[in-house]
Design a protein around this ligand. Structure first.
Ligand code: HEM
Length: 418
């Protein structure tokens, strides 16, 4: 997928979402030795920034600079921060991602968070999701694999894992198929907020206009889709306004599409690099869920989540002042040797596969059941439809990279044609 064709000769014709994503990931191959070094030194690293080079300067230029950052690297303390939303608030997202998305549940605390989360949580329960598994998720995978199953080779990132979750989100929202290229372009631009602030703001405005039309249409004709559910949902006996619905719709793109594309790519990379484990899962599909969990632990797609201390806190022997910015390193916590023996090994048979890749506590990922369902359907379809799947021996330097987000830029494979 070099470029995405626009239905009307629009910018879609010259837009390359894969390049945007590769650039966003950055080319850090292996941050784990660095995390291990920090963790061995201190479980909470304090870094001070000068007022001019303050953290956040790449984000909204109008917000105050963060001058001190506390990075949590141990599993125990990471869990402690994530499950304590009294001393550690999520309000800091208002300064970053909230600037392009509006007020989402990600940045809400306490009662406001509980009330808004409850509204949308129903749609993401496993039982409710089951009805999407064939109609939406299975159908999307079949379409994507049909396009290359006869070729005997493919690059699984642009041809499968990348377009898959964006299309699932588009279908869950009930967006017309002719709009998908535009939706993909805008989603990618929105997600690239850390690289291109102005581009993300422009995409956010365009997506609001686009969703505005969709919401108006659904208010006239309710359907069986998520937009209709949000229109009918009530907080304190009051229905949500369009301004309350937009941010949630915008959040689904980075939260639901980017993370799942990266995590399923990491899973395929892990299995293809360890042919014994690949063969084991292919032969016994009962191992699929544990392979998914181990891949999430081993290479979390999202490396860090953010909190702000609401009061002076002592954490791991380090004093964090009220207002201090706390970065919880999910990547470091997932490879803490105090919790996981041989933490750098990808081993689907390890005993403890619990991980922090979906976060923990009140904000624990709302979409984790959907992410697991999508990945399970994807992996089973890959095994069913691409016999003899293996890394392409001619593949140049297959690797995972990234410091904010991690996944392989390409995954060239060979298989026996259908
Ligand atoms: C493997 C895929 C995924 C990963 C690794 C992931 C990871 C995360 C993490 C770490 C958080 C917590 C953020 C924090 O505490 O600051 C989160 C929250 C969230 N995720 Fe996911 N996510 C994934 C898939 C999805 C999907 C498929 C959806 C929905 C379509 C989704 C929707 C959300 C939402 C709405 C929140 C905010 C929850 C809240 O603030 O209460 N995620 N996710």
């Amino acid at each position: 997928m070099a470029t995405t064709p626009g239905p009307d000769g629009s910018p879609e014709t010259s837009y390359d979402p894969m390049r945007q994503f590769a650039e966003l990931a950055g080319d850090v191959r292996d941050p784990y030795p660095m995390f291990a070094g920090i963790r061995a030194d201190t479980p909470v690293l304090q870094v001070n920034y000068g007022p001019e080079s303050g953290l956040g300067s790449r984000l909204d230029p109008k917000t105050p600079r963060v001058t001190s950052l506390f990075t949590v690297t141990s599993h125990e303390l990471a869990e402690q921060v994530l499950t304590d939303n009294v001393r550690f608030s999520s309000a800091g997202y208002a300064r970053t991602i909230g600037q392009v998305m509006g007020r989402t549940i990600l940045q809400m605390d306490a009662t406001e968070h509980l009330r808004h989360r409850a509204l949308v949580a129903r749609a993401f329960r496993p039982r409710i999701l089951d009805r999407w598994s064939d109609t939406i998720i299975g159908a999307t995978i079949t379409e994507l694999i049909d396009a290359f199953a006869d070729d005997g080779h493919a690059d699984l990132i642009p041809q499968l894992t990348f377009p898959f979750p964006v299309r699932v989100v588009a279908r869950i929202l009930g967006l017309p198929e002719t709009d998908w290229p535009r939706f993909l372009r805008l989603s990618t631009q929105l997600i690239a907020v850390m690289r291109n602030w102005d581009g993300a703001l422009a995409a956010s405005r365009e997506l609001r206009d686009y969703f505005g039309d969709i919401i108006a249409e659904r208010r006239r004709n309710t359907r069986d889709d998520l937009v209709s559910q949000l229109i009918e949902a009530e907080v304190d006996g009051r229905r949500l306004s369009d301004d309350e619905i937009y941010p949630f719709l915008l959040l689904l793109l980075p939260a639901g599409a980017e993370t799942t594309y990266r995590s399923s790519s990491n899973l395929l990379f892990g299995l293809l690099s360890q042919p014994d484990q690949l063969d084991a899962v292919r032969a016994d599909r009962g191992l699929v869920p544990q392979a998914i969990e181990e891949a999430l632990r081993w290479e979390t797609p999202l490396l860090t989540v953010a909190r702000i201390a609401t009061q002076d806190v002592e954490l791991g022997g380090v004093s964090i002042p009220a207002g201090g910015f706390v970065a919880v390193s999910l990547g470091a916590a997932n490879r803490d040797p105090g919790r996981y023996p041989d933490p750098d090994a990808f081993d689907i048979f390890r005993k403890d596969k619990q991980h922090l890749s979906f976060g923990d506590g009140a904000h624990k990922c709302l979409g984790m059941h959907l992410a697991r369902l999508e990945t399970r359907i994807l992996l089973n379809a890959v095994f069913d439809r691409l016999p003899g799947l293996r890394l392409d021996p001619a593949a140049e330097d297959p690797h995972i990279h990234g410091l904010l987000f991690r996944s392989p830029p390409n995954l060239p494979v060979r298989f026996d044609p259908a």
